[in-house]
Design a protein around this ligand. Structure first.
Ligand code: TXA
Ligand code: MG
Length: 308
């Protein structure tokens, strides 16, 4: 008797769909991705359509082996080896010069390409078995918080894609850190799952950071990660409590340590809590800005994008 395990059956189905140019949502260690075959016109079009994503916002190419990078890039710039050795697979995306043999239309007509190797075992196995790179933006509708559980993907994309692979909660919970290797010095384009300090430790130099307001990563100009429920930030517990006293159904969030009536959050559950507030019809999300939260660059970036 042939015994088939569930993971094998999902994998076979997912591979067949992807190779046919269909989309499959799958878990990564950061957030769920909306996967499609790279350089496949049908999949490329579908990813933008399904998400409602602006055409000028490029996608990250997800690879199964570091050796796949060579075919995707024009040249291998300084530091690429240090960074891939330290952080691939993992929540780091690197920007390279695009291999000119790749049609510009697959890279939002940019001369660059974003590459990441996820560490989630289901994601890695899927990409390796497909044997080709996959594009995988976060599997949410454009502008909504990224999905950190299968239920979130279902809520945004249910009925629009044929398969969601359920891998439970994402461990990191916010998107990958994006670092460009295209300029003279490695540059931080999006803070994320790996801290700037960890990257600088490996590089032995400081990362450049975009000047205030200057947009280097096309995705940074869009409002992101935002729940429908309005968000307010407070620098003291007293101000926060005065605000929520007038609210019908507030959700009070405090970083790490919760106090009475509040819910503690961190990178791993912030998006899930935003979505929960929308689902439960909360009237307001009130966030206490503690010193330690202000130090967390990736979380502060996501909170600022959610309110701007
Ligand atoms: O953790 C992640 O990175 C998740 C999981 C699914 O892998 N993916 C993700 O993809 O967050 P997405 O499409 O939601 O965000 C990709 C970001 C956008 O801000 C986009 O503008 C930027 O990467 N990006 C992509 N290609 C780029 C390029 N060539 N130059 C600069 N930024 C680029
Ligand atoms: Mg996204």
């Amino acid at each position: 008797m042939k015994t088939e395990t569930l993971s094998q059956s999902y994998l076979k189905k997912a591979i067949d769909l992807l190779l046919a140019g269909e989309l499959v949502a799958f878990p990564t260690e950061t957030v769920y991705g909306l996967g499609g075959l790279f350089q496949n016109e049908k999949a490329h079009r579908a990813v933008y359509d399904v998400k409602g994503r602006p055409q000028d916002n490029p996608l990250i190419v997800h690879i199964g082996e570091v050796t796949w990078i060579q075919d995707l890039v024009e040249s291998l710039p300084p530091y690429w080896d240090l960074l891939t050795q330290a952080f691939f697979p993992g929540p780091l995306t690197l920007i390279f010069k695009r291999n000119p043999s790749i049609a510009p239309s697959f890279c939002a007509h940019l001369s660059t390409i974003a590459i990441r190797m996820p560490s989630h075992p289901m994601a890695l196995q899927l990409i390796r078995e497909v044997g080709k790179p996959l594009i995988a933006p976060s599997a949410n509708l454009s502008g909504k918080p990224s999905p950190t559980q299968a239920q979130d993907v279902e809520e945004d994309l249910g009925g629009k894609i044929p398969l969601i692979i359920d891998g439970g909660l994402c461990a990191v919970g916010i998107e990958s850190t994006v670092v460009s290797l295209v300029g003279d010095q490695p540059t931080l384009l999006r803070p994320g799952g790996i801290s700037k300090e960890a990257i600088e430790h490996v590089l032995g130099i400081r990362l450049l950071q975009p000047l205030n307001g200057k947009i280097l990563s096309p995705g940074m100009k869009y409002r992101h990660y935002a729940p429908k429920t309005p968000i307010s930030l407070f620098s003291s517990k007293e101000e926060l409590l005065a605000h929520v006293a007038c609210e019908k159904k507030p959700l009070i969030l405090s970083y790490e340590a919760a106090f009475k009536g509040s819910t503690s959050f961190n990178a791993a559950n912030l998006y899930a809590l935003f979505r929960e507030a929308d689902r439960n019809g909360a009237s307001s999300i009130a966030i206490l800005m503690s010193e330690s939260l202000l130090q967390n660059e990736a979380l502060m970036n996501r909170i600022q994008k959610a309110i701007s």
